[in-house]
Design a binder for this molecule. Structure first.
Ligand SMILES: Cc1cc2nc3c(=O)[nH]c(=O)nc-3n(C[C@H](O)[C@H](O)[C@H](O)COP(=O)(O)OP(=O)(O)OC[C@H]3O[C@@H](n4cnc5c(N)ncnc54)[C@H](O)[C@@H]3O)c2cc1C
Length: 342
């Protein structure tokens, strides 16, 4: 019989699980039911025991590694903590969120306990064996992977499972002791960009994609980059949407062709050579919606687009709704309505 360990970690509060961790818990609960496996949840963080109440209703065995050493992500301590949780759980399958904190240490931990690891897992299923699904070649080929090797570590992509939302309750937590390694890295704090400079928001419900049309000559024969810039930033501020960009728009800045939107980088680029985010809804503006870009929208649920071109890619079955209209006018009107509502 398989035994499943879900490795989780706390968020910046130190005492609550991250959303991606709760998604991994859902994956663990579902897989344990499917293959009749026992389930353990391991929690790592400053106040890991306090975070356990959120998953008490799973009925899983709960293990915690807590203390100041785990207040901040750091390879040496996180790897030691995860290794201790794995050894205590003696699991054959280890599920973990593909967060930056765990992506950094998971392969090392798998190696320490003689295991194997696969990453970017999007789905799990099982009967006699455990099957893990992931995409290759820029989300074009979907593969189902199975391994005999154990323990088998599986890092789950964010947004592929619902976050566990069982009733919080009193949890019986077993504290796991960790022999701390000598540390050479002292974490002094975090430096983050200003909130309005942070335009990539993976947890946002809406992906707002801007295309090169925002910086092209408009019907009056002029370009209106300053207006485009404030319309886009206002929309992001009012909706909390995540900002994506077409390659054409992101490239303009890199090549210095003309003054373009200063808050956009290649990190915002969506598509075959960009990212493939998972938001419930997507709104594309001033963008043609060609095939490479559509690859980037594979996991977007509801798709809408605003384009002046009635023959653009979005109108050919790539979007649910296409508004053949001027995005400058529509977004200005939308922003005014949102402002009034707020
Ligand atoms: C190997 C390869 C990989 C690629 N990878 C990617 C990728 O990962 N991501 C990506 O995005 N592209 C990628 N591309 C480029 C892609 O093929 C397109 O060239 C690009 O996506 C087009 O960007 P765009 O739609 O913003 O610009 P354009 O094609 O210039 O379209 C601009 C659109 O804006 C509309 N418009 C203009 N003004 C307005 C207005 N006021 N209101 C409404 N609409 C307006 C126009 O009608 C037009 O349809 C790749 C290409 C190659 C060859």
């Amino acid at each position: 019989m398989e035994t499943i360990l879900v490795l989780t970690h706390v968020d910046e509060t130190g005492s609550a699980l991250t959303k991606a961790s709760l998604e991994a818990v859902t994956a663990g609960v579902e897989l344990a039911q499917q293959i009749s496996a026992s389930l353990t949840i391991g929690i790592l963080g400053l106040h890991a025991e306090a975070a356990a109440s959120a998953v008490a209703a799973t009925g899983a065995r709960l293990l915690a590694v807590s203390g100041d050493a785990f207040a901040q992500p750091r390879y040496a301590t996180d790897a030691a903590g995860c290794e201790a949780l794995c050894r205590a759980a003696q699991a054959s399958i280890v599920l973990a969120p593909g967060s930056s904190r765990f992506t950094r240490v998971a392969a090392g931990v798998a190696h320490r306990v003689g295991g194997f690891i696969d990453t970017h897992i999007t789905a799990l299923s099982g009967n006699d064996s455990v099957d893990a699904t992931r995409w290759f070649y820029r989300q074009r080929i979907e593969a189902v992977v199975s391994r005999n090797a154990r323990p088998w570590f599986l890092l789950l992509d964010a947004g592929t499972h619902a976050a566990y939302a069982g009733e919080a309750g009193a949890a019986q937590v077993e504290a796991v002791a960790v022999t701390l390694p000598a540390t050479r890295t002292a974490v002094e704090g975090l430096r983050t960009p200003l909130l309005d400079a942070q335009t990539i928001r993976p947890d946002a419900k809406l992906l707002f994609v801007t295309g090169a049309g925002w910086t092209k000559k408009q019907p009056d024969g002029q370009i209106h980059v300053a207006e485009a810039s404030s319309l886009i930033l206002d929309f992001l501020r009012l909706t909390g949407a995540s900002l994506g960009s077409s390659k054409s728009l992101a490239d303009q800045k890199a090549e210095g062709e003309q003054s373009v939107l200063p808050f956009l980088t290649h990190m915002n680029q969506i598509g075959q050579t960009g990212s493939t985010p998972r938001h419930a809804k997507g709104l594309s503006t001033c963008c043609h919606g060609e095939e490479p870009h559509v690859v980037g929208w594979r996991f977007i649920g509801e798709r809408r687009a605003i384009s002046l071109d009635p023959n653009c890619g979005w109108t050919r079955g790539k979007a649910d709704v296409v508004y053949i209209a001027d995005a400058f006018q529509i977004i200005a009107k939308l922003n005014a309505l949102l402002e009034a509502r707020n």
